[in-house]
Design a protein around this ligand. Sequence first.
Ligand SMILES: [Fe+2]
Length: 328
Amino acid sequence: MLTVDFAHFNLEKLTDGIVYEDFIGFYKNVCLSDQLIGECMKINQELEEGLGYVLLRNCYNGDDLKKARKILIYICKYFGWPVSQTRNLKFMEEVTHEENNNNITAKIGYKSRSSMPFHTDRCDRNILFCFNKSLTGGVTHVVNSVQLYNKLLNALDGRLIQILGEKFPFDRHGEIYHNELPWYDAKIFYPTDTAATFVAHFIRYFIDSILDSREYKNDELIMEKIKLLDAIDSAFMDKDIGADVQLEKGDMLIMNSHLSHHARQHYADDSIDSKRLLLRVWLAHKESRKLPEDFSHIFHDVNAGAYRGGIWPDSSSRNFHMKEFAGK
Ligand SMILES: [Fe+2]
């Protein structure tokens, strides 16, 4: 995988002179450095036309969380426009273990130390920035979606390849408007000739919850669909494709959600005072690809280069922040 050492850019110094009042104000105040623009163009190309994931090393190795936040926002300015990750409007989420969290995110796992099954995120790009590493475990396995798709074509029998072209039901998780069904239908892969236009979409937890529900019936392919999902799970875990990334303090892993899948191992912490902490941002960006119409429900705007994706309190909040971040 493409790994770039950012130590010589001294991001701490570059961000020192920018006043921090809030996330949006800081993002708007950032001026881009020519040297960094050149490096980020190569990274952008790898994200859109290459493997779809890049590791930046040594972005910040200090212990000041506010400085780390500033550096992450600074990097966002080079790679896209932040989108909200929760219905409470949050542009930077903490991926860390939290006690007594019973909401849906805890079930998915990013607020726990549990392993997280492989999936794509509901955004164009996802950045994970390691502020504190785990004591053991927590390896992120990331796989290029084109390689995964080609591996499946080689491994599956003709019938399962046919099922691979079918649509699967994805849980809307309560985001239901105008008497819609509690799920939307989408394919797991939308293959094309080039990585630049390929699209993948997968959150097994969201599919299983619908396949198991009483409302979802009369699908004669259901058993074959489950067999295919198991085959995809096992192909993803094979070590002949993808990379195992142990995030060290100061590392940023940037992933294109349409061109890569990722999963995380369970982990153990050093102590309560020094637990694993990743900062996460989700981005839309101006070089993004056109998405299938089937994604309208989750991305709202499927056009290339749109401000899209994320999880929002409501559409007026999304529209307001589109103007703030993307000037649209
Ligand atoms: Fe994720």
